[in-house]
Design a protein around this ligand. Structure first.
Ligand SMILES: [Zn+2]
Length: 73
């Protein structure tokens, strides 16, 4: 389970450059950017805030996100 305090300070690494980049938690294991729709997996309680990882899931609907997220190489 991700710490609420950590969740509060995390931002989308793309949108933070020009906007707020606020994220919201989906299915307890995904952080979804409100601005661009990138989705960052939380694996083993660690949020993976990589742009390339967020890019992979832009077109995936929130309902279709896999739980748990697939392992990252
Ligand atoms: Zn974003």
């Amino acid at each position: 389970m991700i710490q609420p305090a950590l969740l509060e300070i995390l931002r989308c690494p793309v949108c933070i450059r020009e906007k707020d980049g606020l994220l919201h938690l989906v299915k307890e294991t995904w952080l979804v950017c409100r601005e661009c729709g990138r989705k960052y997996p939380i694996t083993e309680d660690i949020p993976v805030m990589l742009i390339e990882e967020g890019d992979k899931w832009v077109a995936t609907a929130e309902d279709d996100l896999p739980v748990p997220p697939p392992a990252i190489d």
